[in-house]
Design a protein around this ligand. Structure first.
Ligand code: FES
Ligand SMILES: [Fe+2]
Length: 381
C-alpha cells in the first residue's frame, strides 16, 4: 500500500489481501520470534505513551517500560517534551518507578543522590570531584525520540522511524472535527493482559467479536453486522462500523452541538496504527489504546477516553460512568484474549482464515511479517 485508500467495499479490501490466513502460533508463543519482533518493531517504531495533557506542567512525567527499556517522558523547563532514559549513570539504578507523577526541576537517584535536570543533564553528584576521569559536564541521561501528534505523545527508542504526522494525515483528516489536540481525557486505565501484544491488537482491530464478546455492552450500540474495512495506509489500517441510530439520537439530544457531523456520529472508525496503537471515534468519544509487550505472552494496556473540552468543562460527561464502561469492556476483551493465548499453545493449533468482517487484519499481518523479515536473528516462517 502506498497511499490511503477508502474504496468503501469489502470486495476491494479483500482483493488487496494476498493472504487471508492468520499468523502461525509461534508468532505469539516463541521467545526467539518475540526477540525478533522487539528488535524489528519495538526498538524502532513510534509507540503511543499518553496524552500531552497528562504532561501539562513543567516537571510532569510519564514513566513506563518499552520492551524492557525504561523511559520517562517529561515536560522540560523549555516546555518541550523530552523522553529520557531514567537509568542512573552511576550504577544503573532505575530512578523513576512506572506510572505518572511530578518532580520539582530534577530527577534524583535515591541510591547515592546523583541528580539530573529535566533535560537529562547531571546537576549534582556527591563526592565525585576527586574521581579521575569523571567529567560532570558530559554526564547526562540519554534521550529518545518523542513526537506529539494531535495531542497524543509517541516515543521511538531509536528514532529511526520516519515522522508520524505525514503518514497519519488521512487519520487526522477523518477525525478533524473532533479537534483531537484539544480533547480532554476523562478516564484512563493501565492494566496487564496475559496475552501476546498482537492478540490484543488484533482483538481491538475488528468489530467481528462484538456479538460474541460484548453482547450487552457493545453489540446493541455498535453491531457486528455492519462492520467493514475502511481507510488504509502505510502506517495504519482501519475498519468502520455503523452505530445504532437510536443510541446516537439519545446521546445527541442530551448534548450541545460541538461541530460533529451526521457522518461522524453515525459511524465508528477504528484506526490501527502500526504496530500497537488503536484510536477510535464513537459518537462524541475518542478512545485510544496502546499495547506494550511484556515478554512473549504478556502486554500492558494503556487506555484513555477523551471528549471535547467544551463538553467536559460544561460538566456534561460522567467520568465515573465512562470509567465503568471502559473497565467493563476491557474486562471482556482481556478474558477472551487470554483464552486465545492459551489456545495458541496447543500442539494442534494451526492458522485459521479471516472472515470478510475482519479483513483489515490482513494489513496488520502483512506489516508484522514485513517488519520481522527485515530484522535480525529469529525464526520467521
Ligand atoms: S546508582 Fe544512582 S547515584 Fe548511585
Ligand atoms: Fe472488544
Amino acid at each position: 500500500m502506498s497511499e490511503a485508500q477508502d474504496d468503501g467495499s469489502h470486495k476491494g479490501a479483500l482483493a488487496m489481501a494476498d493472504d487471508m490466513h492468520i499468523l502461525p502460533p509461534h508468532f505469539y508463543t516463541d521467545a526467539q520470534h518475540h526477540a525478533t519482533e522487539i528488535h524489528g518493531i519495538f526498538e524502532k517504531e513510534w509507540l503511543l505513551v499518553g496524552r500531552g495533557e497528562q504532561l501539562r506542567d513543567v516537571g510532569d512525567y510519564l514513566s513506563l517500560t518499552i520492551a524492557e527499556e525504561p523511559v520517562v517522558v517529561v515536560r522540560s523547563e523549555s516546555r518541550q517534551l523530552v523522553a529520557l532514559s531514567p537509568v542512573c549513570r552511576h550504577r544503573y539504578m532505575r530512578m523513576v518507578a512506572p506510572g505518572s507523577g511530578h518532580v520539582d526541576g530534577s530527577f534524583t537517584c535515591d541510591y547515592h543522590l546523583w541528580r539530573y535536570r529535566l533535560d537529562g543533564r547531571l546537576s549534582a553528584a556527591p563526592f565525585m570531584d576527586q574521581t579521575p576521569g569523571f567529567d560532570r559536564s558530559t554526564c547526562r541521561l540519554p534521550v529518545f525520540a518523542v513526537e506529539e501528534w494531535q495531542g497524543f505523545v509517541f516515543v521511538s527508542l531509536d528514532g529511526g522511524s520516519p515522522p508520524l504526522a505525514p503518514r497519519l494525515a488521512p487519520v487526522a483528516d477523518k477525525l478533524r472535527r473532533y479537534q483531537l489536540a484539544d480533547m480532554r481525557q476523562v478516564a484512563f486505565s493501565d492494566e496487564v493482559w496475559r496475552c501476546n501484544w498482537k492478540v490484543a491488537v488484533e482483538n481491538g482491530s475488528e468489530s467481528y467479536h462484538h456479538m460474541g464478546v460484548h453482547p450487552e455492552l457493545v453489540e446493541p450500540k455498535i453491531p457486528t453486522r455492519g462492520t467493514s474495512a475502511g481507510l488504509r495506509g502505510d502506517a495504519f489500517t482501519s475498519h468502520r462500523t455503523p452505530v445504532a441510530q437510536e443510541d446516537t439520537r439519545q446521546v445527541s439530544a442530551a448534548r450541545p452541538d460541538i461541530g460533529l457531523t451526521e457522518e461522524d456520529l453515525s459511524e465508528m472508525n477504528v484506526f490501527t496504527i502500526f504496530p500497537s496503537t488503536i484510536i477510535l471515534n464513537f459518537q462524541d468519544l475518542v478512545a485510544w489504546f496502546s499495547f506494550l509487550p511484556i515478554g512473549v505472552d504478556g502486554c500492558r494496556l494503556l487506555n484513555g477516553f477523551c471528549f471535547s473540552s467544551r463538553l467536559v468543562e460544561a460538566g456534561l460527561i460522567d467520568n465515573d460512568a465512562m470509567a465503568r464502561f471502559m473497565c467493563g469492556v476491557n474486562k471482556e476483551d482481556r478474558a477472551i484474549s487470554e483464552l486465545v493465548q492459551l489456545g495458541m499453545k496447543s500442539t494442534r493449533a494451526e492458522p485459521g482464515m479471516l472472515s470478510i468482517k475482519e479483513v483489515q487484519l490482513a494489513d496488520f499481518f502483512e506489516y508484522v511479517r514485513g517488519a520481522v523479515s527485515t530484522s535480525g536473528p529469529g525464526k520467521v516462517t
